[in-house]
Every structure is written in C-alpha cells, then in structure tokens.
Unconditional design. Structure first.
Length: 282
C-alpha cells in the first residue's frame, strides 16, 4: 500500500513538473512571438544597413519630395551620360530593403548611360525621414513618379529589386508606366515570411502588406523578370507564383547566382539591359 501511495505521489510530481515545463515553454514562445511582432518593422526594413551609399557624380541631384505628413522623402536623379538620338524612357529604381538608393541610382546610371535614371530613398532611409512601412513606400513611389512624369517624354520604366519589385508593381497599378522590370521578386510578403518563419503565425501577425502577385493578375503592363537560380531569400515557389500571375510577360532571365551576389554576376548587366529593351518594345 505504501509503495502504491509513493508511486502516485511520484506520478503527481512528474505531472506537475511536466505541466510547469509546458507552461514555461509556452510562455517563452509567446514572448518570442511578441518580440518579433514588435520588431517586425525593423526586421523588414533594416534602415541602418542602407545608411551609407557610394559617391555619386557631381551632376546628381537630390530632390526633396514633401510627404503629406511633413516628412522629407528624397529622390536621387542622374541625367544621361550619353545623348540619345531620340528620347529614352526614364528609369525609376526601387532597391531592396537593405539597399541605399544612391547605390541603386549609380548601378542604373552605369548600366544605362543613355537613360536618365532616378531612385527613391524610402521613408526612414537616410536622408529621408519618418518611419518605413509598406503603405508609405507605395505612397512615396507615386509621389516620385508624379514629379518625374512632368518631363519624362518617353515615359517611365519602373525597376524593382527584391522588395522594391513589390513597390514597382504597386506603382504600375496606380500610375501609367511604360513597363516594369522585376529582379528576384516574390509573390507575397506574407507567404515569404511564412516560408522563413513556419513556426510563427506570421500570416496573422504581419502588419505590412505587399501582395504583388495579386496586383499583377489584374494588371496589363509589359513585364520582365530576372531570377537568381540559387536564391534562398526568395525561394523558387515564391517567384514562380509571381511569374504565373503576370499577364504580359515580355522576358524572363534566370542567372546562376544567389539573391545577394546576383548583382555582381557578369551576366546581370546584360540581363538588365535586355529586360528594359523587352518592356520598351511595342
């Protein structure tokens, strides 16, 4: 009888410890989810990583675009280095979440010497002020387009790199662009986050909504896509889902590179030029 009682006591102790351990783990999980929820803006928009850019040519212009909330949004603009026989589309670049807009502008300027180029410092990315968000980026892209469209005789082509591809798609849905070039694009920020954090209910917690594939399904705009075959940041299912949503796909080029080393690949500049030519063609 004593042994039976002792066994029950030990079983109760084990059950209590198991319950405490379960509650402790649940508490740690809830705390981690809460921290990630609070920090999601910093994780999606790591402004400090894009704080410093390259030196630009003296002819570069930094244009202040005043936002409705009084924040300063800066647009970088570079004129063509090489005169063209006829007007060329202006190239408006949107960088990835860790790109400095000066680097985007310089990359386009060097790749397309015959085009005028511009790039947007996202809200909260120095020297722009304020706090970044998906809606703020979309709004500021429209403001940049409206400023540039005044003298872009041959129209504007939006070029989006990584997260910037979502900005380019949204712009094309609200403004008349000549075409869009999407480099390593994803179909949905929500689905991309769910891929990288499958143990967190990100679909419910994500505050920043970027759904370029859903937007493209209703959009008739010449589109070119450049993919990185070894991309682990934007895996193939996410880029494939976006490609399938495109209604007017003019070009698709895959380069054997990763997400971040794509831009240094010897084939990238040629792929970018071919993509712009494809969406420019009538």
């Amino acid at each position: 009888m004593a042994r039976l009682v002792q066994g029950r006591v030990l079983a109760d102790i084990h059950a209590m410890w198991l319950l405490k351990l379960t509650l402790a783990l649940a508490g740690c999980y809830a705390a981690l989810v809460g921290i990630l929820y609070a920090l999601q803006t910093r994780l999606i928009f790591p402004t400090s990583l894009a704080a410093f850019g390259p030196d630009l040519p003296e002819r570069a212009r930094a244009i202040d675009l005043a936002a409705q909330d009084g924040e300063r949004v800066v647009l970088v603009r570079l004129s063509a280095r090489r005169p063209a026989a006829e007007p060329r589309p202006l190239l408006l670049g949107f960088g990835g979440n860790a790109w400095n807009a000066d680097a985007v502008a310089l990359t386009l300027h060097e790749t397309f010497p015959e085009h005028e180029v511009a790039a947007l410092h996202y809200r909260g990315y120095r020297p722009s002020t304020g706090s970044p968000s998906a809606s703020a980026l979309f709004e500021d892209a429209r403001r940049a387009h409206d400023h540039l469209a005044r003298d872009a005789q041959a129209g504007i082509i939006a070029i989006g790199l990584s997260l910037g591809a979502a900005v380019a798609v949204d712009l094309a849905s609200t403004r008349p662009v000549r075409g869009i070039v999407l480099v390593t694009p994803f179909d949905s920020l929500r689905e991309l986050a769910a891929h990288h954090y499958p143990w967190i209910p990100v679909r419910l917690l994500l505050r920043h909504r970027m759904e370029p594939a859903a937007t493209l399904r209703d959009l008739d705009v010449p589109t070119a896509i450049i993919l990185a075959e070894n991309d682990t940041i934007v895996p193939a299912p996410r880029s494939t889902a976006l490609r399938e949503a495109v209604r007017d796909l003019r070009s698709e080029i895959a380069i054997r590179a990763g997400h971040n080393d794509l831009y240094g690949h010897p084939d990238f500049a040629g792929a970018l030029r071919a993509s712009v030519a494809a969406v420019t063609r009538d």
